[in-house]
Every structure is written in C-alpha cells, then in structure tokens.
Design a protein around this ligand. Structure first.
Ligand code: NAD
Ligand code: UD1
Length: 335
C-alpha cells in the first residue's frame, strides 16, 4: 500500500516508519517541530531507503489534496498533533487548533483524493478517570484534560463521518504510554526542552544531564502513592500499526486499545531505571499535575483478537534500550 505518515521524525512516527517501509511505500508529511534531520538520516540507514518527505501542515487541505493524489495514497496514518497532558491544560486552544482542526482539514482532502482509509493515533486519556481497570474499549469516555478531549472530539468526528459513508475505512488506535527505542539504537526519543513525559526525563537525570526528577505527587490512591501507567515498548506499538493496516481492509470505525496491560508506578519506573543504569536517581515530590489520573492501564483483548497483536517486549527491554540510546548518543539537551 501507499501510506502517508503524518510525522517525519516524531517519536512514534519514525519507529512506525521503520517497520512500515518493509511492506509498504511510505511518504512522510510533517510541519517539523520536534524533529531533526539527523534522525531522518539514521532512518535511511536502518531501512536502506530514502523516504519521500513533504513539508506541510495537516491543516493545509489544498496541499494534502494534491500530494495524496500525486503519490496515489491508499492509507493515511495520522500521528501529527500535540500530545502533552500538562501543556494542554496551560494552552488548551493550541490543542484544539492543531489536533481537532487537523482532522477537520485532513478528512475533506482524503475524500476528494478518494483515499478514504485512516489510522488515527488516539490515546488512553479519552477514558478519563477510570471507573474500572483494566480499561477496555467499552469503558465510558470522558477526558480529564484538553489534550484528551481533543482526541475524543476527533474520535467522535471520525465516527460521524464514517457511519453514513461506507467508503471510509478507519481505525482509532488508543494507546497507553510508549517508551523504549528501536533495537538498532540508532533512533530514539530526544525531545527538545525539558521533557514533558517521564521516561526521557528519568534518562536525562540518570545521564547526569538534569539534577533530579520531579514526581507529581505521592498521595494518589495507589500502592505507593505515585501515578500508575501502562508502559508499552514503542516497537510493540508500531507492530500494532502494521497490523491495523491489514485490518483496515476488512472493517471500519473501530477504537482499539494498544497497551501492555500492566500498571507500573512512577516509583517502580525510577527503581527499574536505577537498576538498568546502575545509578541512583534523585527525585522530589511535587503537587499533582493538572489533568493526570491516578492509575490507567489497558485491557487489550480486542487488539489481540482483531489484530492478532500482543505486546511481548518486557519492561526491562524498555529501560535498557532507552539507557543504551541515551549513553551512546550523549544526547544534547536544551533547558
Ligand atoms: P511527537 O511530538 O514526537 O511527534 C509528532 C509529530 O507531528 C512531530 O514530528 C510534529 O512536527 C508533527 N506535527 C505536529 N503537528 C503537526 C501539524 N499540524 N502538521 C504537520 N505535522 C505536525 O509525538 P509522538 O510521541 O510521536 O506521538 C504521535 C501521536 O501519537 C500524537 O498524536 C500523540 O497524541 C499520540 N500519542 C502519543 C503517546 C505518547 O506517549 N507519545 C501516547 C498516546 C498517543
Ligand atoms: C502520555 C503521553 C500522551 C498519551 C498518554 C496515554 C506524552 C508527553 N504524553 O501521557 O500523549 O496520550 O501517555 O496514556 O508523551 N510524571 C511525573 N513526573 C514527570 C512526568 C510524569 O511524576 O515529570 C508521572 C505522571 O504523573 C504520570 C506518569 O509519570 O503518572 C507518566 O506521565 P507521562 O510520561 O507524562 O505520560 P502521560 O501523562 O501518561
């Protein structure tokens, strides 16, 4: 298939690009914040291919129309968007303007180019405060932060668009917390500025590049008081994307959870990283982060049945691959 991947060198986008290129023709599309050329060169090293890249915004309907047609795109895999829970509370309009507006502009371009197959990157945050765990796809939705609500609006929009028009084929992959890096160690996660999420921040503290880890609260109703999340190896996640492309040809309109199905607390994560790095990691407790939930982990039985997918990589692999990448690249950081 000809696949338009709307991320150039974003964290999940380039890991997915690596896998997709072995069976599909991939075209990258990105407006390029949070991306670097070096990563793109390494992608070419891993795949042995130069991947076509178009610089553009997912909100540019006209540009999308012309390039969907020019490359005969069969499927769009949408990663492009803003993704940080805390930032979304501070800048809600940015999140609606990018994430929701992106869908509003992308869908007509796809329809006009008659390439009506879409894999959308949704998030566990659409379930909001869990009423029960593990979270399955029947769990009521109701996000606790603007980021999650932007994803939820898009999911609902996709359903409204696909329901009356059988030409659409869509899957919403609703995933939990991807961590770890590609086994080559050539590409990994190196966000610009202070990392919003836990794993790259822990890795930078272990490397001595940041003084300490701030842990958002130790008074959640969890076993050790810190937030519990479902960490999934990014390569397991990308295998879910590959499986979803095959699934799209058979069905439409499904939300599917991709998670490892086990919750780990922030303290668990710090301890495990201490073991992987052989270093002690200082941390301090702060107030709860707005928009966070105490615990969130998945029931991924639907993915297992519908996509024949599972997440076999162990937590240890997530740490060791991240630590190896952090050390071997002596990643430069920006404050
Ligand atoms: P990332 O920030 O590393 O990459 C996102 C990419 O999208 C960047 O390259 C950026 O330049 C591009 N982009 C953003 N807005 C754009 C626009 N308007 N037009 C064109 N390009 C644009 O993010 P990631 O971690 O790879 O996440 C990818 C997707 O997966 C996001 O939609 C995110 O919400 C979703 N997701 C991420 C996680 C996670 O923990 N990383 C978990 C669940 C869902
Ligand atoms: C992440 C993703 C989000 C995705 C969601 C799915 C990012 C920035 N966010 O959000 O796109 O939809 O998973 O569940 O990739 N924590 C600290 N200190 C920190 C940072 C985090 O204690 O400095 C805690 C949080 O309170 C949380 C856990 O670590 O309990 C994980 O946080 P984080 O890595 O930011 O991921 P999510 O917020 O779960």
């Amino acid at each position: 298939m000809n696949v338009l991947l709307t991320s150039r060198t974003g964290y999940i986008g380039y890991h997915t690009g690596v896998l997709l290129q072995s069976g599909h023709r991939v075209v990258l599309y990105d407006y390029q914040s949070n991306s670097s050329d070096e990563v793109l060169e390494k992608l070419a090293q891993i795949t042995g291919q130069q991947t076509p890249f178009i610089k553009g915004d997912v909100r540019d309907t006209e540009l999308l129309k012309s390039m969907l047609a020019a490359y005969h795109i069969d499927v769009v895999v949408r990663f492009a968007g803003l993704k940080a829970v805390g930032e979304s509370v501070e800048k809600p309009v940015d999140y609606y303007a990018n994430n929701v507006q992106g869908a509003i502009c992308l869908l007509p371009a796809m329809k006009s180019a008659r390439g009506q197959a879409l894999v959308f990157s949704s998030s566990a945050t659409v379930y909001g405060e869990p009423r029960y765990l593990r979270l399955d796809e029947s769990h009521p939705t109701g996000a606790t932060n603007p980021y999650g609500r932007s994803k939820l609006h898009i999911e609902e929009m996709l359903s409204d668009v696909a329901t009356p028009d059988p030409a659409w084929r869509m899957a919403c992959l609703c995933y939990f917390n991807p961590v770890g890096v590609h086994e080559s160690g050539l590409v990994g996660e190196n966000p610009s500025g202070v990392p919003n999420n836990l794993m790259p921040h822990i890795a930078q503290v272990a490397a001595g590049q940041r003084a300490e880890r701030s842990v958002f609260c130790d008074d959640y109703p969890t076993a050790d008081g810190t937030g519990v999340k479902d960490y999934i190896h990014v390569m397991d996640l990308t295998e879910g994307y590959v499986a979803a492309l095959a699934f799209l040809s058979q069905t439409t309109g499904h939300a599917i959870n991709l998670g490892a199905g086990k919750g780990y607390s922030v303290r668990d994560m710090i301890r495990a990283f201490e073991r992987a790095s052989g270093r002690q990691l200082p941390y301090k407790f702060f107030a709860r982060r707005a928009g966070d939930v105490a615990a969130c982990y998945s029931d991924s039985q639907k993915a297992s049945k519908a996509l024949n997918w599972r997440a076999p990589r162990a937590l240890g692999n997530m740490y060791t691959s991240t630590w190896r990448f952090q050390q071997s690249h002596r990643l430069s950081i920006t404050s």
